[in-house]
Design a protein around this ligand. Structure first.
Ligand SMILES: Nc1nc2c(c(=O)[nH]1)N[C@H]1C(S)=C(S)[C@@H](COP(=O)(O)OP(=O)(O)OC[C@H]3O[C@@H](n4cnc5c(=O)[nH]c(N)nc54)[C@H](O)[C@@H]3O)O[C@H]1N2
Ligand SMILES: Nc1nc2c(c(=O)[nH]1)N[C@H]1C(S)=C(S)[C@@H](COP(=O)(O)OP(=O)(O)OC[C@H]3O[C@@H](n4cnc5c(=O)[nH]c(N)nc54)[C@H](O)[C@@H]3O)O[C@H]1N2
Ligand SMILES: [Mo]
Length: 766
């Protein structure tokens, strides 16, 4: 049965005074000068800069403070007064720095000079920009293009991304891996097959019109907090919110808006989730199928009784294919299976189905809890099945809303950062730039790291990211990464990946989007795409963190020119000096999106990207929106259900991190303090294993590939999570995640269902 929502792990609702205190303390921690802290007022405003944290939509009529605790932390992190200058490396060797905590590495401050690793002294030493470009270019020219990968981490602007994809293709490969490969690629694959566009179809205005919302596996209070404004407004209108999440997440239960004095001064806070279903991890396909089954059954009954239909039958007839086969599958599905796999009772699913059948416009929000599974693409397809039953796509107030991660991860794919040649306009690029782009499929992130481990890669060029921390199988990745002939890291801050230099390694410091980017033609602006497919301009507002730091377009242009030389028809210097020229080329490549972009990019609320599915035009194989019959009810093919004591580990984010960037060791919402080496466990699972709160344990992965994957030194925290499911933190748990444990169709690592057991032995002491 669905439970009454009540939070006890965190005494204050998400937002609230705790949030305000956290913002003040990070500004102090980073010694951000008062003048710079005013910058927060320009965050996500139509003429300001777009937040460097999450990709949630930017409204046309922003709040006075259009930022959240996470965004304020991310801004303070970039505006820090601390610097990592060449002197820093005089004092610290790379071997010594390897012993530092991840937090301390980034906390050391902004990188200021281009550097090259010197193996003789085990230090990074400064090198002039032009020399760095020449050396990198010469090495890249010497490699087979198939053995080089270009990774982007989701922050870089549309302009930078367009330049990078063109450079890679002129160089000779489609090896354009990016963070989306570990994130929402299950969405890009699943939605594309089902509705013909690989992105969500809702805009902010739909949140004002919806009359029911679902949340599957997305932790809004921590990971996209600005969205809480819209959720709160919706709740005030009486819109129910139904959440499916194994953990009782305080950030999904209650909300107090720190920017509303009324909310701050009254003890009463707003309830977010009106129903909270603690689905077992990996059980969403079964749960959604249960809801669909109940809706179809109600429709069968209505049909029999001559009553009004429950399904939107006109929509199904006109706009979809595959309904009958799916409906029969749902009718035949056994409640025993649905209840066992989802961990939810039929009554609980009936409660959700009842709300669904009452609502005329429904949004399904979802995140990593659906995509990062072996059956991640199927989970996404089940969301579509549910929505299609009542015509909830392509009408106001309704649709799928995948909540994307990095601030421009969606946009990077839009402008050609993809390893899949069919998704890039290769013919158009060929004509526009007079070259023959490679047509072979490139490597995504998992494939690239397969090649790293196999010793088949010569180089990785990273536009951001911290791959030795963020990819699976850390213990296998680290030695292989250090053996790479060349690593090039474009970064704002020092991280673990820079401390495992390849045979040749370059560390190239770049500007943050918050900073004023001065080039020969004057201060430059850039653009990005938010999670609701709107494009926005972004203008830097503070001085650069140092005179030798360069912008990402400058760096990409420099490497491209040095590598391609006469082979390229592009005037990289001109693009470097004036990004408007890049936007003009984007407009030629995709006139429907970027024509006249120079002026349109400042449209308050963003430029709406045309999405056929919004108009109920389906660019799918059948020309209709497609129902899909699930292959299995969601049981993970890697999960040894029969091994006694096996557990499914979900790797999670806290509110004090942005991916591999750790702001501090607390997880305020979940009530965890001072350590990230914890395992959140159901008290019954603790009892079965004779464990008490605070006991030290190790975890090991259950796999039969002969590789030992074990991490020690966790302490046990009792938590409200279903039996058999446990939670730990990303990236600390990544050594437990096998590289081959990924969603079949999208290759997104199965970071939310790692089969593990509690390891025998003391569990270590660190
Ligand atoms: N502050 C902050 N903001 C961020 C980030 C950050 O690290 N910090 N990262 C950014 C990025 S790149 C991304 S992709 C997004 C990620 O944002 P989210 O999608 O919210 O990702 P996670 O925090 O990894 O996990 C989401 C939720 O999934 C639940 N879950 C786990 N397994 C399952 C399951 O099987 N079923 C269901 N229904 N739920 C499950 C977990 O309990 C958790 O609440 O956030 C972005 N924003
Ligand atoms: N186990 C587990 N693994 C996961 C996940 C999970 O939930 N569980 N989530 C996955 C997901 S959703 C994602 S998106 C990936 C993210 O993985 P990565 O792409 O590797 O990302 P980040 O941790 O965001 O990268 C942080 C680094 O980027 C650099 N940086 C910051 N800002 C900028 C900038 O403006 N420009 C440049 N060039 N560099 C910058 C800084 O040096 C910083 O150290 O991790 C994935 N890995
Ligand atoms: Mo992500």
């Amino acid at each position: 049965m669905s439970k009454e929502t009540k939070s006890d792990a965190y005494p204050y609702a998400s937002g609230g005074w705790g949030s305000l205190k956290a913002v003040t303390s990070i500004l102090l921690q980073e010694k951000v000068p008062l003048a710079n802290s005013q910058v927060l007022m320009q965050q996500n405003k139509p003429d300001g800069f777009m937040c460097v944290s999450c990709s949630w939509a930017k409204p046309a009529d922003p709040h006075t403070f259009e930022f959240c605790e996470s965004g304020a932390k991310a801004t303070a992190w970039d505006l820090t007064a601390k610097r990592v200058t060449p002197d820093f490396f005089d004092v610290h060797t790379v071997s010594e720095l390897s012993k530092w905590h991840d937090h301390d590495l980034e906390e050391a401050g902004r990188l200021t000079e281009p550097m090259r690793y010197d193996p003789a002294t085990d230090r990074y030493v400064p090198i002039p920009w032009e020399q760095a470009f020449d050396e990198i270019g010469a090495q890249l020219r010497g490699f087979d293009p198939a053995s080089v990968v270009f990774y982007s981490s989701g922050r870089a602007s549309l302009e930078t991304s367009y330049m990078l994809q063109l450079f890679a293709r002129m160089y000779g490969n489609n090896n354009l891996a990016d963070s989306s490969n570990m994130c929402h690629e299950s969405t890009s694959v699943g939605l594309k097959e089902a509705i013909g566009v690989g992105v969500g179809t809702v805009g902010l205005d739909d949140y004002d019109k919806t009359d029911l919302m679902f949340f599957f596996g997305q932790n809004v209070g921590t990971n996209s907090p600005r969205m809480l404004h819209h959720l709160q407004d919706a709740r005030k209108r009486g819109v129910p919110i139904i959440t499916f999440n194994p953990l009782r997440e305080p950030g999904l239960l209650h909300f107090a808006n720190p920017q509303s004095p009324a909310d701050m001064l009254t003890p009463r806070d707003t309830q977010i989730s009106t129903q909270y279903h603690q689905v077992k991890t990996g059980g969403d396909t079964a749960a959604i199928l249960g809801i669909c089954k109940l809706v179809i059954k109600a429709d069968d009954r209505a049909l029999g009784a001559g009553a009004p239909r429950v399904l939107d039958i006109d929509f199904i007839r006109e706009h979809t294919s595959g309904y009958e086969t799916f409906a029969q599958f749902a009718r035949d599905a056994k409640w025993d299976d649905i209840e066992r796999i989802s961990g939810l009772s039929r009554d609980a699913l009936q409660a959700a189905a009842d709300e669904y059948m009452k609502a005329s416009a429904v949004i399904v929000n979802y995140g990593m809890g659906l995509t990062q599974h072996r059956m991640g693409v199927q989970n996404v397809r089940m969301v579509v099945n549910l929505l299609l039953l009542r015509g909830n796509i392509g009408k106001p107030g309704a649709g799928p809303s995948p909540i994307r991660g990095h601030s421009n991860v969606q946009g990077q794919r839009t402008v050609g950062i993809t390893e899949k040649p069919e998704l890039a306009p290769l013919d158009q690029l060929a004509e526009q730039f007079s070259f023959e782009p490679p047509r072979e499929k490139g490597m995504n992130t998992v494939e690239a790291f397969g090649a790293v481990v196999a010793g088949k890669l010569n180089a990785i060029v990273n536009l951001g990211g911290n791959l030795v921390r963020s990819v699976p199988d850390r213990y296998r990745i680290e030695p292989a990464w250090s053996a790479l002939p060349l690593t090039v890291n474009v970064a704002t801050k020092l991280n673990r990946s820079h401390l495992l230099p390849g045979k040749r390694s370059y560390l190239l410091p770049c500007l943050s989007r918050i900073e004023i980017d001065r080039q020969a033609s004057g201060a430059q602006v850039v653009s990005m795409e938010d999670s609701t497919a709107r494009f926005h301009g972004s203008r830097g507002v503070v001085d650069a963190a140092g005179p030798t730091i360069r912008s990402e377009p400058f760096i990409v242009a420099g490497i491209a020119k040095a590598t391609l030389g006469e082979r390229s028809s592009v005037d990289w210097d001109a693009w470097r000096d004036d990004y408007a020229l890049v936007r003009i080329e984007m407009g030629k490549t995709w006139p429907e999106m970027f024509e006249d972009f120079e002026t349109r990019m400042w449209t308050p609320g963003g430029v709406v990207r045309p999405l056929p599915a919004r108009e109920r035009k389906w660019k799918t194989k059948s020309g209709k929106a497609e129902f899909m019959v699930p292959e299995a009810l969601g049981e993970d093919p890697d999960m040894p259900e029969r091994e006694p004591g096996s557990l499914r580990l979900m790797t999670l984010r806290s509110d004090s991190q942005f991916n591999t960037t750790i702001y501090n060791l607390d997880d305020r919402f979940r009530g965890v303090k001072g350590s990230r080496m914890v395992v959140l466990m159901n008290p019954a699972d603790m009892e079965k294993r004779g464990l008490a709160k605070g006991d030290r344990i190790g975890l090991e992965t259950i796999a039969d590939d002969g590789v030992e994957r074990r991490v020690d030194g966790f302490s046990v925290v009792p938590f409200d999570v279903p039996e058999g499911c446990i939670g730990g933190y990303y990236p600390e748990c990544n050594p437990l995640l096998p590289l081959w444990h990924y969603a079949k169709e999208s290759k997104v690592p199965g970071a939310k269902s790692i089969p593990v057991r509690v390891a025998a032995g003391a569990g270590g002491s660190t």
